[in-house]
Ligand binder design. Sequence first.
Ligand SMILES: Nc1ncnc2c1ncn2[C@@H]1O[C@H](COP(=O)(O)OP(=O)(O)OP(=O)(O)O)[C@@H](O)[C@H]1O
Ligand SMILES: [Mg+2]
Length: 250
Amino acid sequence: MSVLSVRDLRARYSSNGPEILKGISFDVEEGDFFAIIGPSGAGKSTLIRCINRLVEPTAGTIHLRDVDVLKLGSSDLRKMRRHIGMIFQEFNLINRMSVMDNVLSGRLGYVGPIRSIFRTFQDKDIQRALELLERVGLQDHVDKRADQLSGGQRQRVGIARALMQEPNLLLLDEPTSALDPKISREVMDLIRSIATELKVPVLCNIHDVQLAKETCNKIIGLQDGNKMFDGLTPDLDQSSLEEIYAMEVL
Ligand SMILES: Nc1ncnc2c1ncn2[C@@H]1O[C@H](COP(=O)(O)OP(=O)(O)OP(=O)(O)O)[C@@H](O)[C@H]1O
Ligand SMILES: [Mg+2]
């Protein structure tokens, strides 16, 4: 069985607005690291956000293992989201909180940060947060405020926070587009090696086609809400790229 199975997914932001996703289907298997590529406005972020229902699709189905995601009531949806890690372009850290507290807040899934400040974490959570911070190379920055870190370090906090959720799926929306090319590669390599270690499948929106090819084993190409490519990275050739990017000059 696929980890994630999406069928004929459609989305629009308002009932009289344009259709943004026009019937997208794909499967994510155990061990997959998917890149979602395509021109700006193609619907990449919308697709990622439909998976955990930050955007409500208008039609189609999403199954996360045996869970019918679009049928979940609000309390089951909250539970499901606790195990879907998200990593964002802008890192979405709480600047005035320490690195440690930012990572611990991942334990609460999508619960607001304010509650995490008043919550006492168990020793095992703190131990796990320390392990993860060491794994992402931030063991010397545990007590710093998040806004004292560089962009690359901030994204490493974002990675540790997502892993704190013990995710069974990672959704990444342009995790490296605020970073320079060298740091982007380091961050993608880190995400890939940790995802492999923990056996967590990944769906990752990414602008940089070269970096996508270096990091991901499978690629989905979107253009104007349609899927133009879905396959193994080595099969993404020049003609598929031209189809995905239409008339855009690469
Ligand atoms: N909250 C929103 N309300 C209305 N329209 C939106 C909203 N978010 C996105 N859109 C529209 O949906 C379309 C797809 O946007 P989306 O952000 O999914 O594209 P994208 O492929 O992620 O682009 P980018 O590469 O620039 O991040 C665009 O036309 C965009 O204007
Ligand atoms: Mg986007």
